[in-house]
Design a protein around this ligand. Structure first.
Ligand SMILES: *Cc1c(COP(=O)(O)O)cnc(C)c1O
Length: 426
């Protein structure tokens, strides 16, 4: 299948003669076999098939296959949340004593996962500014570095990752680049085309797009040669005793090793799988992703343009707005549009931001972003509350920053709502 629009609608699941047109929800925890020997083959990864929904379920796999096709990858898995996807993607490569280079502007939840929780597991992170020079990026690597992590469009800082620059640095050190592509979606950017090796998603956002189901996804490009860097990735390149001595990179090749290991070990042990019902809802969202992204982007641009000329607005962040510091990178990596999220700093800091938000009628205050209904959030007092002043600064967040997520309503209504709220707030 060639074009992205067609893959959004028909990718992943191709029914045979007389089979359901829409993907079946396999609402079953378990699967029946004729002999124990048959089941034994599954447990040894000698045959592929389903035996328990904590590890794999057919509904999830149809949807994961669609997302793999959208991203241009070779294998994918759904997870229960975007957080689980970020955790699995990194933990599949790095363990106690290892180190990861990450972008400082990543999503607050991911920052917390890395800096607090995964640090407790003995994994160290070095955070680099996305705009760092090649030399500064180079200096962040250590002999025990196992991966580089960044976001195509950072939530909520809206910085654009120079994917090529980060991929080159990662590859020069023999490690993969993991890109969280949640905000751009594969409709607007396919990081594998620019050198990324693994992509993660919070499918909770645009992919579902209706605020119905929390979920995540990991996609492997199938391009990273684990065996060429065997000493760095023993988990993929040496026998796994918990699967009768299978070596993932040998048995499943570059195309399948990463996702098979994440399924066989991490899903087995952590069980953070997406419910098949949620995968079904996610697939409904994916069927219109290409249509919706256009409207999200045009609403985002309209709001960004309005805010950029408003006297009470200190600064607007929107990568597709001419004059934005990330405009050039956005033109390169996101030529068809970026996303529906616009952030801006209102004059007067936190109190002014709170007054403004209270007056909004179409935009609702929510801990959410990127769905059909417009919403907004004050990062410094919610998602990024745990950060120190210094960390907030590195993440590009000030007291007056408001994150606006433009939904699918009429763009004129969104601009008028913001205009009236700004007028009342001052
Ligand atoms: C929301 C979000 C996450 C976390 O996803 P959940 O589905 O909420 O667990 C990760 N990365 C980005 C960019 C996000 O916006």
């Amino acid at each position: 299948m060639s074009r992205i629009e067609t893959t959004c609608v028909q990718g992943g699941y191709r029914p045979g003669n007389g089979e359901p047109r829409e993907i079946p929800i396999v609402q079953s925890t378990t699967f029946k076999y004729d002999t124990s020997a048959d089941m034994g083959k599954l447990f040894d990864l000698e045959a592929s098939g389903y035996f328990y929904t904590r590890l794999q379920n057919p509904t999830n796999d149809y949807v994961a296959a669609k997302i793999a096709e959208l991203e241009g990858g070779t294998a994918a898995m759904l997870t229960s949340s975007g957080q689980a996807a970020s955790f699995f993607a990194v933990f599949n490569l790095a363990s106690c004593g290892d180190h990861v280079v990450a972008c400082s502007t990543i999503y607050g939840g991911t920052f917390n996962l890395f800096q607090v929780t995964m640090r407790k597991m003995g994994i160290e992170f070095t955070f680099v500014n996305p705009d760092c020079t090649e030399e500064e990026l180079e200096a962040a690597f250590r002999p025990n570095t196992k991966a580089v992590f960044g976001e195509t469009i950072a939530n909520p800082a809206l910085t654009v990752l120079d994917i090529g620059k980060f991929a080159n640095a990662a590859h020069a050190h023999g490690v993969p680049l993991i890109v969280d592509n949640t905000f751009a979606t594969p409709v607007n950017c396919r990081p594998f085309e620019w050198g990324a090796d693994i992509v993660t998603h919070s499918t909770t956002k645009y992919m579902d797009g209706h605020g119905a189901a929390v979920g995540g996804c990991i996609v492997d490009s199938g391009k990273f040669d684990w065996m060429a860097h065997a000493e760095k990735f023993p988990g993929l390149t040496t026998p796994d005793d918990s699967y009768h001595g299978i070596t993932y990179a040998e048995k499943f090749g570059k195309e399948g090793a990463f996702i098979t290991k994440a399924t066989a070990q991490l899903m087995r042990d952590f069980g953070s799988i997406q419910a098949p019902q949620n995968a079904f809802l996610l697939n409904l969202g994916l069927e219109s992703l290409h249509v919706r992204m256009k409207q999200h982007c045009s609403n985002g641009l309209a709001l960004a343009k309005f805010l950029s000329t408003h006297p009470q607005v200190e600064k607007v962040n929107y990568p597709s707005l001419p004059g934005d510091p990330y405009y050039e990178l956005a033109q390169k990596y996101l030529p068809d549009g970026s996303c529906g999220v616009v952030s801006f700093e209102v004059k007067g800091g936190k109190p002014a931001a709170e007054r403004f938000m209270k007056e909004l009628k179409v935009f609702a205050i929510e801990t959410h972003v990127a769905d059909a209904r417009s919403c907004c959030l004050h990062p410094a007092s919610s998602t990024h509350r745990q950060m120190t002043e210094e960390e907030l600064k590195a993440a590009g967040i000030s007291g007056g920053l408001v994150r606006m997520s433009c939904g699918l309503e009429a763009g004129e209504d969104l601009v008028e709502d913001v205009a009236q709220a700004l007028e009342k707030a001052f």
